[in-house]
Ligand binder design. Structure first.
Ligand code: ACO
Length: 318
């Protein structure tokens, strides 16, 4: 028994914030942001929108593409760092909005690796025969956890959601998944604040040592891609499409270069979306599926790294 992606969907909020808009908010420039990160614009959710609202649109698209109804879903996993509330989980809120009551629903918190963690988890449920159709979503509203006076972080992120339906299949599908974490890096990238006694204690915004994140990301992404291809007796050059977490074009280029994968086999959306954390991989996947780049039988490798640190990859045949 295998699992296979049978539908993809995504959602980006209407409002676009360009680098030129940011020039009016903090001391920065379009040139600095573009050359350091590759980002030119990002989407920003309305104040009234929650992560589950973005997730709902993306999920409805994915379910339509997979040609399934809410009643066919028997597992919901939502990857998010920006949940609607402390609890219940965004997955439970999404389940209610979809009218898919009764199936198991839970959130995964692995920051920018969240979607890879969620997909790997859903794959295990399907392989073990516990479910037939899983809805796996990455949804984020990072604009709510950014300090808009801190130019070193506020220029990097954006809001959005991506979703897939993962279904039982006789043919693979997902070939293998590879997850890692190292909590010893917990202070390098974090939102350290917590809610205690009715108020936020500590810093409620993103705190990041950018240079350390950069070096760590390039190293572990190369390692985890090699781990995935070697386990399947393949070479990096066999991959048809690399879909990396979209943090920074320089991280994406360095990883691809170290692996000998040409950039025209890499799906890049960071220029238009910024870093949407757990949403970035399913958003990029949906775009490449819809524009026809990803075709049947191709080898697709999803890889991500994020706070924790966490990192991982999923290798699949489309
Ligand atoms: N505009 C203008 N200047 C800026 C800005 C800005 N938005 N932000 C920082 N600077 C300044 C700094 O203050 C510094 O000034 P100084 O030399 O006077 O002190 C100067 O630019 C250079 O700063 P560096 O940090 O050395 O710039 P660097 O070339 O390393 O780029 C960046 C910074 C883009 C954050 C880079 O380190 C990076 O991409 N790191 C990875 C971080 C990342 O991707 N995080 C996302 C979350 S984690 C994930 O998704 C994997």
């Amino acid at each position: 028994m295998y699992s296979r992606i049978t539908g993809t969907g995504s959602y980006l909020p209407e409002k676009i914030l360009t680098n030129h808009d940011l020039e009016k908010m903090v001391e920065t420039s379009d040139e600095w942001i573009r050359t350091r990160t590759g980002i030119t614009q990002r989407h920003i959710a309305e104040k009234s929108q929650k992560a589950s609202d973005l997730a709902l649109y993306a999920s409805q698209e994915a379910m339509k593409a997979a040609n399934i109804a809410s009643s066919d879903i028997d597992l919901i996993i939502v990857a998010t760092t920006t949940p609607d509330m402390v609890f219940p989980s965004t997955a439970c809120i999404l389940q209610h909005k979809l009218g898919a009551d009764n199936c198991p629903a839970f959130d995964v918190q692995a920051v920018c690796s969240g979607f890879v963690y969620a997909l790997a988890t859903a794959d295990q449920f399907i392989r073990s025969g516990k479910c037939r159709n899983a809805l796996v979503v990455g949804t984020e509203i990072y604009s709510k956890i950014l300090d808009w006076n801190d130019r070193s972080t506020c220029v990097l992120f954006g809001d959005g959601a991506g979703a897939v339906v993962l279904s039982q299949s006789e043919q693979p599908g997902i070939l293998s998944s590879h997850l890692h974490a190292s909590g010893s890096y917990k202070d390098v990238l974090s939102v350290p604040g917590s809610i205690e006694s009715g108020a936020v204690q500590g810093n409620p915004y993103i705190n990041m040592e950018g240079g350390t994140v950069f070096k760590f990301a390039v190293k572990v992404l190369e390692d985890v891609v090699r781990e995935a291809v070697e386990e399947n007796k393949l070479k990096p050059s066999d991959i048809d499409w690399l879909i990396p977490h979209q943090a920074n074009i320089r991280i994406i280029r360095s990883t691809a270069q170290k692996l000998g994968i040409p950039l025209d086999k890499v799906v890049v959306t960071v220029d238009k979306h910024g870093n949407t954390s757990a949403a970035s991989i399913p958003l990029a996947l949906d775009i490449a599926v819809k524009d026809g780049r990803i075709r049947q039988d191709q080898l697709v490798l999803l890889e991500g790294v994020g706070g924790g640190f966490t990192w991982g990859a999923v290798l699949l045949r489309w």
